[in-house]
Design a binder for this molecule. Structure first.
Ligand code: 5MM
Length: 363
């Protein structure tokens, strides 16, 4: 009797081939999947009106950057609206990326919602029509997807309820993506909000990742065909502790080694409100931890990849080339960090060392 089935050999090969390409040595992902409302918050900081056309112009800037960026960037995650937008010349953005050898991806969750009767905790919704949306996105050129769940550290959280619910919903999402031949990026994010120390974040990250990988196993997920997008382990943003990059790297690697099977081809960190330089330096330190690390460790930064480019652009056509050169610089710096060869301070961006946290829970 067969009690369950893994995907067919053909589907397994396709998934693992995409996953490997996304974490090829020296490459990582640009996360540019901010919803229209999040773009409103980002544009407010640079004084640009949040219209569909301005969002298109900004994404056009990112995606038409010189093709040499593909030496450092393997994929781009888009928002639904962006996938169906085109360049001034009428070329769909997914096609522009493909031509450069960059794999298009798509955010498929429908945002965080409160978990009823929890301690102000959250789950993420969007499963109901997910198989249909994935089938369509695959036809429209996307080979991978992203779904974010958030976990809060407080005196009595995360609760068992929040850990179990978020682990399960990530596994259901992963199963649906794999059934449609899309690589799921599993994003369980321990938020940086709070005054906890490094050890607490490490322990919570371990508990969360252990729960996630148990659920992935329960749902027969093909681990060679997923990627993980976790937080780096850091102290809370209101803690007065200033941990060194080496300490952050060590805590991060310890948490990952205890919970993430070597079958997973790659781990691409989110930036979680760190400054551009901080995210790069911490990724570099993580890669330099002198312990066995059986996965590629790279970047899938959103804010820490785009801050300088967005600032340099400021909504002005004349600034497009300067903004694109900022993006190339950041991609190169993060690429070096993904192989542990970034020299701290060697790449300066116009966003400098400024923290990129914009609001309370980043929901
Ligand atoms: C809060 O941002 C998420 C993590 O990315 P960074 O910390 O590296 O910026 C990000 O993935 C976010 O989930 C997406 O950009 C989608 O944003 P919204 O909130 O608009 O769905």
């Amino acid at each position: 009797t067969t009690y369950f089935y893994y995907p067919t050999k053909e589907v397994q090969d396709e998934l693992s081939c995409t996953a490997k390409a996304l974490v090829a040595p020296g490459k990582g992902v640009i996360t540019a999947d901010e919803s229209a409302s999040t773009m409103g918050k980002r544009f407010q900081l640079i004084g640009v009106e949040n219209t569909e056309e301005n969002r298109r112009l900004y994404r056009q800037l990112l995606f038409t950057t010189d093709p040499k960026i593909s030496e450092n960037v393997s994929g781009v995650i888009m928002f639904h609206e962006t996938l169906y937008q085109k360049t001034d010349g009428g070329v769909p953005f997914a096609e522009v990326l493909r031509k450069k050898g960059i794999i298009p991806g798509i955010k498929v969750d429908k945002n965080s919602v409160p978990l009823f009767c929890s301690m102000d905790e959250y789950t993420t919704q969007g499963l109901d029509d997910l198989h249909l949306r994935c089938a369509q996105y695959k036809k429209d050129g996307c080979d991978f997807a992203k779904w974010r769940c958030v976990i809060k550290i407080d005196k009595n959280t995360p609760s068992y309820q929040a850990l179990m619910e978020n682990a399960n919903v990530l596994a259901r999402y992963a199963a649906i993506c794999q059934s449609q031949r899309m690589v799921p990026i599993i994003e369980p994010e321990v938020l940086v909000n709070g005054d906890h120390d490094l050890d607490r974040c490490q322990k919570v990250t371990e508990a969360l990742l252990a729960a996630v990988f148990k659920s992935l196993n329960d749902h027969h997920i093909y681990l060679e065909g997923i990627l993980l997008r976790p937080n780096m382990v850091t102290a809370g943003q209101n803690s007065n502790k200033n941990n060194t990059p080496a300490e952050i790297g060590m805590a991060t690697i310890l948490a990952l080694r205890r919970t993430v099977p070597p079958a997973v081809p790659g781990i691409m960190f989110l930036s979680g409100g760190m400054s551009e330089e901080e995210a790069t330096v911490n990724l570099n330190a993580t890669n330099n931890v002198p312990l066995c690390k059986p996965w590629a460790l790279t970047f899938s930064f959103g804010r820490a990849m785009q801050a300088s480019a967005m600032r340099s652009w400021g909504g002005k056509k004349d600034n497009v080339l300067t903004a694109q050169s900022e993006l190339i610089k950041r991609a190169k710096a993060n690429s070096l960090a993904s192989i542990g060869k970034y020299v701290p301070g060697s790449v300066e961006g116009s966003a400098g060392a400024e923290k990129l946290i914009v609001d309370a829970y980043e929901m």
